[in-house]
Structure formats: structure tokens, C-alpha cells
Write a protein that binds this ligand. Sequence first.
Ligand SMILES: Cc1cc2nc3c(=O)[nH]c(=O)nc-3n(C[C@H](O)[C@H](O)[C@H](O)COP(=O)(O)O)c2cc1C
Length: 329
Amino acid sequence: MTNDLGQQPDFLIRDIPIFGRSILAPMDGVSDLPFRSLARRLGSAASYTEFINAIDIINGHPDLARRLQYAEFERPIVFQIFDDDPQRIVEAAQMLLPYQPDIIDVNLGCSAKCVTNRGAGAALMREPAKIGAIFRALTSALPVPVTGKIRLGWDETSLNYLEVAKIIQDNGGSLVAVHGRTRVQGYTGNARWEPIAEIKNALQIPVIANGDITTVGEMTHVLQSTGCDAVMIGRAALENPWIFSGLERSQIPPAVVQQTLMEHYEAMLAYYGPERGNVLYRKYAKRLLQPLNPERDEILELLTATTPQTFQQLLDQFFRRIQAEPILH
Ligand SMILES: Cc1cc2nc3c(=O)[nH]c(=O)nc-3n(C[C@H](O)[C@H](O)[C@H](O)COP(=O)(O)O)c2cc1C
């Protein structure tokens, strides 16, 4: 089982070979087809979609087709679903099979109130028996591997990550990805990697560590200290998508940043149409340009450019200025 380069996989998700140990995290409003493609080309070892509401799948939400679109080279492609009802989640997952996902992932970690208030996402961490029922039902109904993405628990008084991870494994789950925070923490404080090491020690299926990994150095440290099979990188990939190539952001020359930015921008315009693509691109441009310390006015102008032509002109202007500046040693 080798890839085009004759390499052995780093690990398997059931029978699916994974080449590489860093993966772009699923992020609603971020990990769409253009950004996943960029990350995957730079070395992300698999592609997780933004989460998909099982109810939207069953009702045929207008945005569904877009969320399910992927490129063949992204494989293995993981469709991530959220819901709290075992039967509905199975029905929804079965409806996704014609789109040929390699893996179905269940979201057990989303902290957003609109998700947890209905008992889905991280709220499921409070109902381990239901998690068992969901994984039992999904793994017996689907031909593809089923995986779960969890947090450490609901709050500090209910750190049940080991129990939940074992339930996922015991009910046929093929991988657990862990964001090292509780639901109540949201995104505050620091992600804890020691509990993730505990999970890795306790399970036979692969485990992915996630939370606050921002540099290649941290990535290596987390892989070594937890023994996990891979790491998952979310927010930091916006500033440094080259992290998936094992490169720190400081190693990337401005000309490469410019070229990557333009390619991603053009992919966004093609995917969403010029008007929507231009607006949706702003969040990516802001984070990618941040390390180049743009002037306040420069970034403001760029992020309010209403046409692709103006955006491109301003961007050229910005990079000409950056590249004309003397390098200070
Ligand atoms: C904007 C945003 C959207 C997210 N959407 C999802 C999602 O759809 N599914 C999911 O499992 N996690 C989602 N997450 C959580 C991330 O996958 C990840 O667990 C979290 O950001 C911690 O990793 P990081 O510190 O590397 O960003 C989202 C996070 C952010 C910031």
C-alpha cells in the first residue's frame, strides 16, 4: 500500500492509508473547497469538510451542494456531520454516500450555542450513551470508516474524554481527533495536550491531537509528546498554510506569499462568483498578510476593495512596497 512516490502510509484510518501527519482542521466558513485545496497541495494529509447539519442534508438545504463539493486530489475526503439524533444522523450519512466520501466524521466538539443548545456538537459529550448509539448505528449502516472529533469534556467537572474516546472505539469508530479544551473553555485558555496523550495510550485506533498548534516546532513537539498519529491545525493555517509543508511562516518569501494569495483569491472568485468570492476572501487576506505588517490604511483599503480589479491593484502596490524595502539585519 504505497502512494505515487512509493512511500508507505504514516497510518491507516481503518483501511484508508494516510500519507503525512498534519491535517487541516474542519472550520465552518473557512475549510471550503478553495482553502482545503490550498492546504492539501501544501501537504495536509486529508481533507475535512466544514461541518454539515444532518437536518440540512435530509431537507436538501440550498447550500448543501456547495459544502459537499470536493476535488478528487483531496482524497481522502472526510464529510463531517453534526446532529444529536442517532437515526437521523444515519439517514443523513446514507444520503451522502452517493457523493463518495472516504470517511464520515461526527462532530462532538462544536462549542457554538446554536449547535449545543439542540444537544449536538460538544453537548453530546454529556451523553456518552448517545455517542455509543450514534457510532453503533453509523458503523453498522455505512461501508466507510466512521470517526469522531471530540473535546475534553463539557467542563472541568466532567472531563470524560477517556470514556468518550473508548466508547467511540468500542462502537466501531476508526479514529478520534481531540481538541484539548472543554466546551466551557470555548477558545479561551490553552489547549492541553497531556489528556490527548492519555487517550492515545488508551486506544488502539489512531488519535489526532488538535488545539493551539501554531508552528512546525509545536507540531513536532505535540506529535512526540502525545505519540499521536497526526496533528490537526486550524486557525494557524490561515496565517501559515505552509505549515503543512513543514515550513515556518518566517521561511516564506513575500513573492511566494503573493503568488499563493493570488491563486487562492482566483479560486475563490471562480468558486463563489466574483462578488461573493471577493468579500469572502477578506478574512483569508487579512490573516495571510498579517506577518508582513501592512500599514493600517493599506489593509483597510485592501479589505474594502469592492472589485477584483481594485483588489489586485492594491495588492500589487503593497507587494511592490514590501519588496522595495531594505532588509534589516
Ligand atoms: C472559524 C472556526 C470554525 C470551526 N468550525 C468547525 C467545524 O465545522 N467542525 C469542527 O469539528 N470544528 C470546527 N472548529 C474547531 C477547529 O476544528 C479546531 O478544533 C479548533 O479551532 C482548535 O484548533 P486550532 O487551535 O488549531 O484552531 C472551528 C474553529 C474555528 C476557529
